[in-house]
Design a binder for this molecule. Structure first.
Ligand SMILES: Nc1nc2c(ncn2[C@@H]2O[C@H](COP(=O)(O)OP(=O)(O)OP(=O)(O)O)[C@@H](O)[C@H]2O)c(=O)[nH]1
Length: 309
């Protein structure tokens, strides 16, 4: 039954490069979905993370246009950003606690002001890097920016947060949830990301797995990307993505076809898929494939939802 109190909607985290958007996205979602690094402008795709809460669901959308004010001409950039942001229900504007409010922040704030009625929540990020006095000063500076650019009312809210130690991460989710419209959940429970990257990766694996056996398994194969996680401790120019994937078939005879004698076919599928994914993403990849039987998944609506259909 649908809970009339439930809220669900879209949120975009914006802010200048290195403001902590990707890290906060990961902390909110509770699992790594975005690629973070200390080098600015590494977010390569519009990424969505989904935050499932008891009484709300937040779908986080990244706004790539705001990352590169210097490489796009003013109007085009404004249009691009306005396009993306006009579709969200609230905006979280990330400003690092340990860096003075500067022209980059003011530039973004002015674009947000042009969107008129959209609620903008100022998120003062990385609070673990400053002491209480410095944080208080930064909160005042951020409040002043809101009043200067958005008028008397200023930001919809202002929340200090640290993705690194978890301080107030939950409060951020709660405050943003308050700006979501009443709606049933928009995504099935347990779904963490709906990024185009995962969909494309699944497609490439499906292709590789069906190569040469298409007649035997035409529609009996579902590919679900469980996780795409950057390997810890790698430098930005030597990244490795760990990708864990489940391949679902309907019967054990089909499982045997996919795996092949002594696992030989699955190894070949893995290599071919990995090369295609590396070419797509431009990063080295470690692919972890598991073949599972989901009996009659094509006829079972619950299974279909679980498998992303
Ligand atoms: N100490 C600390 N560091 C953080 C925190 N959040 C992010 N960082 C660091 O700040 C840097 C930038 O963080 P990102 O999350 O990649 O920033 P971003 O805004 O997504 O950056 P772009 O993709 O360049 O726009 C990384 O080195 C993070 O580890 C935090 O809460 N505390």
């Amino acid at each position: 039954m649908t809970d009339p109190q439930f809220r669900a909607g879209f949120v975009s985290l914006v802010g200048r490069p290195n403001a902590g958007k990707s890290t906060l996205t990961n902390a909110l979602v509770g699992q790594k979905v975005a690629i973070t690094s200390s080098k600015p402008q590494t977010t390569r795709h519009t990424i969505r993370g989904i935050v499932h809460r008891e009484d709300s669901q937040l779908i986080l959308v990244d706004t790539p246009g705001l990352h590169r004010p210097r490489t796009l001409l003013g109007k085009r950039l404004n249009d691009l950003v306005a396009d993306t942001l006009s579709e969200v229900d609230a905006i979280g504007f990330c400003l690092p606690a340990n860096e003075a409010v500067g022209p980059g922040d003011r530039y973004i704030a002015k674009q947000l002001a042009a969107l008129k009625k959209k609620p903008v929540v100022a998120l003062v990020t990385k609070t673990d890097l400053v002491d209480r006095a410095a944080l208080a000063k930064q909160l005042m500076a951020v409040t002043a920016l809101g009043n200067e650019v958005l008028g008397e009312a200023g930001w919809a809210d202002i929340v200090p947060v640290s993705a690194a130690d978890g301080f107030q991460v939950d409060t951020v989710a709660e405050v943003l949830s308050g700006y979501m419209p009443s709606s049933p959940p928009l995504y099935p429970d347990g779904e963490l990301t709906d990024e185009p990257e995962a969909v494309m990766v699944a497609e490439l694996i499906r292709e590789a797995a069906l190569e040469g056996v298409r007649d035997e398994l035409p529609h009996s194969l579902a590919v679900v990307v469980d996780e795409i996680v950057p390997r810890e401790g790698r430098s930005p120019d030597n990244q490795l993505l760990d990708i864990r994937v489940n391949l679902y078939v309907e019967r054990s005879s089909q499982k045997a076809i996919i795996i092949g004698k002594g696992g030989a076919r699955l190894r070949e599928v893995g290599t071919n898929a990995r090369l295609a994914i590396e070419a797509l993403l431009g990063t080295r990849v470690y692919l972890d494939l598991h073949v599972k039987i989901a009996k009659d998944w094509q006829r079972d609506p619950k299974q279909l939802v679980k498998l992303g259909f």
